[in-house]
Ligand binder design. Sequence first.
Ligand SMILES: *Cc1c(COP(=O)(O)O)cnc(C)c1O
Length: 381
Amino acid sequence: MKIETLAVHAGNHGDLTTGAVVPPLILSTTFERAEDGSLVEGRDIYTRASNPNRRAVEEKLAALEGGSDAIAFASGQAATMSIFHTLGAGSHVILPDDIYYNTKVIIDNLYANFGLSCTEVDMTDLTAIKRAIKKNTKLIWIETPSNPSLKVTDIQAVVKIAKAKNIMVACDNTWATPFFTRPFDFGVDVVMHSTTKYFGGHSDILGGCVILPLDSQSELGTKIRTYQSVGGAVPSPFDCWLLNRSLSTYAVRMPVHGYNAMKLATFLEKQAQIEKVNYPGLKSNKYYKIAKKQMRDVNGIAGFGGMMSILVKGGENEALVLASKLNIFKHATSLGGVESLIEHRYSVEGPHSKSPENLLRISVGIENVADLIADFEQALK
Ligand SMILES: *Cc1c(COP(=O)(O)O)cnc(C)c1O
């Protein structure tokens, strides 16, 4: 089945008791056993371990990504933690130099006591990746397009390097989502998402997930499933129910994000006050070729996602002034919601930030793109 159909139907097995077409929300934390105390087949036991709403959304997430199993978490960060947690003490990880900021904070801060170390490399530089591999390298982490410079990593090429050394490859697919990039097609071992973003799509649920490929070695899946159910960083049934509902319209939201972003990037590229537009769909973009090869929706139409960043001529001040003049674009963090957002990453990330001081990150929403362009027109005047 195609992604649009899976987004509506996967994981929804109907409710035999009531005939409800929409899956009911089941808040109960505990489930009754048979009279003799034995487990009733197919019934859950305790909601941390498993519950109907989580199981339904996990089935949908796995189907959308083309995986065998999805494991849902209370946030993207908890999902990332679960992958790092499978690495033995003293492991070395290779991370992109342009990575979601808090992923690196997990290694530097939370896993320092476990002796986890990392090397940051430009993931678009294959020689740099090879050079960074050590005897104890256990994981290469890919995030493409990257945050916030929209660098596009050649997933297949990185997987080839990693496989030769028996190193696991994880891909944070939060930005592209399977609508635009399908990491399992290129051989990655595990995909991670912050479902807070495009999957949730309405900026009103926090969540994350880890998805395993069809041919996954069950050992990794078992470790992560245990981390979920015993570690307990689980999403509530209501969050799962909401996410499932949001995912029903996922496949119609994504092409609009992609269409609007392409139009806006093309407009912004022509403006004198803008030094540079980072959007892989622009022919002038350094990563256009690899993006065209790797980023496409499942129906074969090339698309480059809804995220971009711009460098404003001048510096931090000019960038902040531009952001403040916009009316439709809300000045706020996060991304992937129906509403357009703009953010100055440098001031959010603090003094350790590697983001250029004149960079604004834009999450293009599903409003009418003529209104979005008009908003920039008036702000640039
Ligand atoms: C937001 C985000 C995360 C973290 O997810 P949370 O749901 O905020 O914990 C990880 N990676 C990327 C690329 C993100 O955008």
